[in-house]
Design a protein. Structure first.
Ligand code: SIN
Length: 326
């Protein structure tokens, strides 16, 4: 049997509330050992070791938690007697952590994030099955080399592309137009696709990760949004991701302010409030080519990449290249 380490960070999978109810609970309450003990055959899949690294609602996660998690995963992945790692996590910010880990962990061993939409105390909680299948996936040779993955509702997602699409249903995730990497058929792993974008061992950020990350903020564009929002964000941040309308768009006064702030050294990325499609170079909304398109990354994932990119360089052409590669 393979040796799998489960790193628990909290979330609804460790949530507790009124017995039988799926709402009105607190995330990050139950110890991982208790959750493992509730899954009948999980110990027949792999030799398990559990580490309770944090026990928080994932809305409490920040860059410090991400850096700590990467450090712990790298430390474990370096051990010959660890074959794969499962991370339990709240679903609210799981997409951000998954992408951060995908870019910063230095291993080809399987790393699988999972969680739940219903607390452990609910009738028909989804956490135990998700965790069981995440352990099966992390134990499988099929999972090698895919970068950081996430497992939900018997579906395997890539850490780069996973996004939360429902704040209510247990099938709460998808991967935009890219479908998924594969399925779990009970304990069997069935992979069907692979990401072309750089991750883990090929990622420059996995080789030499900074201890501190530059401040990057997100500003949401809406009809009539004032430019003062950009000015305020620029006071405290080195980089700004704009969640624009349509294909990463904004008004002409915003464009003028973006160009002015660029001259003062702020680095801008254009993402979109539309969840599908692509944000690409635009001669209309970025005529002087100062605002880097996020491609298919959501605003919050573009922020993760911009933070990492700014930790290496402030050269806008180099950052643009990074956005094309990752
Ligand atoms: C959280 O993200 O920690 C709470 C919500 C969830 O896990 O579904």
């Amino acid at each position: 049997m393979k040796n799998i380490v489960i790193i628990a960070t909290g979330g609804t999978i460790a949530g507790s509330g009124k017995i039988g109810k799926a709402t009105d609970y607190h995330a990050g309450k139950i110890d991982i050992k208790e959750i493992i003990d509730s899954i009948p055959t999980i110990n027949e899949v792999a030799n398990l070791k559990a580490i309770q690294l944090f026990n928080v609602d994932s809305n409490e996660m920040d860059e410090k938690h991400w850096l700590c998690l990467t450090k712990k995963i790298n430390e474990l992945a370096n051990c010959d007697d660890v074959d794969g790692i499962v991370v339990t996590h709240g679903t609210d910010t799981l997409d951000e952590t998954a992408y951060f880990l995908n870019l910063t962990v230095h291993t080809y061993k399987p790393i699988v994030l999972t969680g739940a939409m219903r607390p452990a105390s609910a009738t028909s909680a989804d956490g135990p099955m998700n965790l069981y299948q995440a352990v099966c996936l992390a134990s499988s040779d099929e999972a090698l080399g895919h970068g950081v993955m996430a497992l939900f509702s018997s579906t395997i997602y890539s850490g780069r592309d996973i996004q939360k699409v429902s704040n209510f249903k247990i099938d709460a995730f998808d991967q935009k137009d890219f479908g998924c990497l594969g399925y779990m058929y009970d304990d069997k792993v069935l992979m069907f696709s692979r990401t072309f974008k750089k991750h883990t061992l090929q990622s420059i950020f996995s080789k030499d990760l900074s201890e501190e990350l530059p401040a990057v903020g997100i500003v949401y564009y809406y009809a009539g949004a004032k430019v003062e929002l950009l000015k305020m964000m620029a006071d405290e941040h080195q980089g700004i991701v704009i969640i624009g309308s349509g294909s990463g768009n904004y008004s002409r006064v915003w464009l003028q302010e973006i160009e002015r702030l660029t001259n003062q050294g702020i680095v801008f990325v254009r993402a979109s409030r539309v969840n599908q499609g692509i944000v690409y170079k635009s001669d209309v909304f970025d005529p002087h080519n100062v605002c880097i398109p996020s491609n298919t990354l959501s605003g919050q994932k573009a922020r993760v990449l911009l933070m990492l990119a700014l930790s290496k360089t402030r050269d806008i052409n180099e950052i643009r290249r990074i956005f094309d590669e990752y």
